[in-house]
Design a protein around this ligand. Structure first.
Ligand code: SF4
Length: 289
């Protein structure tokens, strides 16, 4: 398979065939993100994708899932995306689930009908980065979308019946804005109504603007207890009947994997125990983004 640059996939796509159809991210400006810094966003040549599909058809006949990389495949115009999905169906008819990353900027150009067409062709899951529900935080990290735009994008995905997984970033509101960020994020999540929420903890990466901001004193990372408090506020304010909530990424201090609303009181009690020092936190040397 042809992989150019940094190819990143969500943890739940470990067993998927990774087909890289774009390189980089069309936005590439989020101050905390170092994923595609060196890459200029581009669509890959059709001939390369065709070669990869032929290879996958020959070697991955037991795989049932495919993830389309890189950062923002949903931004590919519909007239190119539909033939790509048709080709996948034709060459690998055993694939049952196709997933991709989609940010709200890319989703702005897709109608519910576009998404329904893709769903009929196998698009099962979209991973979307909300990061924060607070507009001031979104603007400060150059996310390129407002909370209202994120909600609108999420509603389209849900209306098309596509599984929506949303990522939020603990700590990105800084130490002063921690509670406000957690409350606003929960409120926006409540309106997005995703199937899954993944909470990561921000770790400023050398080479990113956020890292420079931190070193210049313009951004203060909350300490681990503040992050736990933020997690508690977030969980407490999420009011969704049925959502998988995961904070078990390598960046987190306290691994959590639960179903809300069902497991809310157990989860809050676990965070309380960690705050009181009764549950050890992940040491920094074991954490990473
Ligand atoms: S949209 Fe996603 S991949 Fe692109 S720069 Fe922002 S966080 Fe990184």
């Amino acid at each position: 398979m042809d992989y150019q640059g940094n190819v990143i996939r969500p943890p739940s796509e470990t067993n998927s065939i990774i087909l890289q159809v774009t390189v980089g991210c069309s936005h590439n400006r989020c101050t905390f993100c170092g994923a595609y810094k060196e890459e200029k966003f581009r669509y890959k040549d059709e001939a390369i994708i065709d070669r990869d599909l032929a290879y996958a058809a020959q070697h991955f006949q037991r795989h049932r899932r495919m993830f389309l990389a890189d950062g923002d495949v949903v931004s590919i115009p519909q007239h190119r995306l539909v033939p790509l999905f048709q080709k996948i169906n034709c060459k690998l008819p055993w694939i049952r689930r196709i997933s991709l990353y989609g940010n709200s900027r890319g989703l702005r150009h897709k109608t519910v009908d576009d998404l329904l067409t893709l769903k009929a062709l196998g698009l099962d899951r979209i991973y979307m980065g909300l990061e924060s529900g607070e507009d001031a935080v979104l603007a400060s990290v150059c996310k390129g979308s407002t909370a209202a735009q994120m909600i609108a994008a999420a509603r389209k995905v849900r209306e098309a019946g596509i599984f929506l997984s949303v990522t939020v970033l603990l700590g990105i509101g800084g130490s002063q804005g921690s509670t406000q960020h957690a409350v606003a994020t929960a409120e926006v999540l409540n309106q997005m109504a995703p199937n899954q929420i993944a909470a990561l903890t921000v770790i400023p990466i050398p080479g990113t603007t956020l890292y420079d901001d931190m070193n210049r004193g313009h951004f203060q990372l909350p300490n681990e207890l503040s992050i736990l408090q933020e997690l508690k506020t977030l969980v407490n304010h999420i009011k969704l009947d049925k959502v998988q909530f995961q904070a078990n990424h390598a960046s987190n201090f306290l691994p959590i994997d639960c179903r809300l609303e069902r497991d809310k009181s157990i989860t809050l009690a676990r965070i309380e125990q960690a705050l009181a020092g009764a549950i050890p936190l992940m040491p920094d040397y074991m954490r990473g983004l």
